[in-house]
Design a protein around this ligand. Structure first.
Ligand code: PMV
Length: 317
């Protein structure tokens, strides 16, 4: 490991920094309770650029037009994004004044595609550099993720910093996993916002009230995750849809789906997907669908519903 650098000797920001977004393939929510999750990085999700402002005492400003975000890191910090950003900068001993940070994003915000982790990872890299130790970057990102989500498992920060496909178990080092063949998924934003913290709290409440019912569901999601990993390693895509359906229905039973997410999964299956599930915290955000072959009919069905599906490719790393 590199010798730790003196963070206080870095008053400035680097010119630019990047981070991945993510889709959780399977294992969300169960991962908060100790089960494994598989997450795939979405490369090119966010690039931040830093420029000095004329007034060196002006608070750092963060502007990401694609997310309708324009905040100043002032003292009151009512805005959770402003608070998270300023805590990440403070954690890294970065500057809190004299800089304007602008971002180009290719993923939507607050949709379960890892926008907050992408922001906090890229911000940490603006202070620490693109070559900074990954664990150091992830630790800084988690400081911001706690502001957003209260009790993050860390999967989003790990994949935002690493990319590829990771198996993540809370408290353990993320493990890059084998993907035998590229896997095409259709990601469909429901355009319904939701709060990860509320969704995580909902599952926790169910687990505390009904442990003998809810815990076996979390265990079953963990088993689906292991089976999915095995299929990914063998390139056996045809059975993955069944596992995605299991995972979606288990998440619904734990209380984190919604009528719109159930409807979108149903539409995906009816238009030729081998399986579909919510991805991320649920309650809104996105679903992912696995096209049985050609994604075109699945895309067409969602476009006809007025939505904006995107195709992402999960790559061997
Ligand atoms: O914030 P989202 O939608 O990417 O969801 C994060 C995944 C959860 O498992 C629900 C929470 C966590 O911290 O792992």
């Amino acid at each position: 490991m590199n010798a730790p650098m003196d963070l206080r000797s870095r008053p400035a920001l680097f010119a630019s920094a990047r981070a991945c977004g993510k889709v959780i393939l399977v294992g969300e929510h169960a991962v908060v309770h100790g089960q494994p999750a598989l997450a795939a990085g979405l490369a090119g999700a966010l690039e931040l650029t830093a420029t000095r402002t004329a007034d060196a005492n002006a608070p750092v400003r963060v502007t990401i037009p694609a997310w309708d975000l324009d905040v100043e890191l002032r003292g009151d910090l009512e805005h959770p994004v402003a608070r998270a950003c300023s805590e990440v900068l403070a954690h890294c001993d970065g500057p809190l004044t004299g800089w304007h940070v602008t971002g180009t994003a290719t993923i939507p915000a607050r949709a379960g595609l890892g926008s907050s982790a992408a922001l906090t990872v890229a911000l940490a890299r603006l202070v620490l550099g693109e070559q900074a130790d990954r664990d150091e970057v992830i630790a800084a990102s988690m400081v911001g993720e706690r502001v957003f989500h209260g009790e993050p498992s860390g999967v989003d920060s790990a994949v935002a910093a690493t990319g590829g496909v990771l198996r993540f178990v809370r408290g353990q080092a993320p493990e890059p996993i084998r993907v035998a063949a590229p896997l095409q998924l259709v990601v469909v934003p429901s355009e319904v916002p939701r709060s990860t913290a509320d969704q995580v709290a909902r599952v926790r409440r169910n687990v505390e009230r009904w442990p003998t019912i809810a815990r076996p569901m979390l265990d079953a999601i963990g088993a689906a995750t292991d089976a999915f990993q095995d299929l990914l390693a063998r390139g056996a895509h045809e059975r993955m849809g069944e596992l995605m359906d299991f995972a979606h229905h288990l998440l619904a039973a734990l209380g984190v789906s919604s009528p719109i997410l159930d409807e979108l999964c149903h539409l995906a299956r009816a238009s030729g997907a081998a399986g579909a599930k919510l991805t991320g915290a649920g309650g809104g955000g996105c679903i992912i669908a696995l096209p049985a072959s050609d994604p075109a009919p699945v895309l067409a069905a969602f476009r006809a519903r007025g939505l904006a599906p995107i195709v992402v490719e999960v790559q061997p790393c």
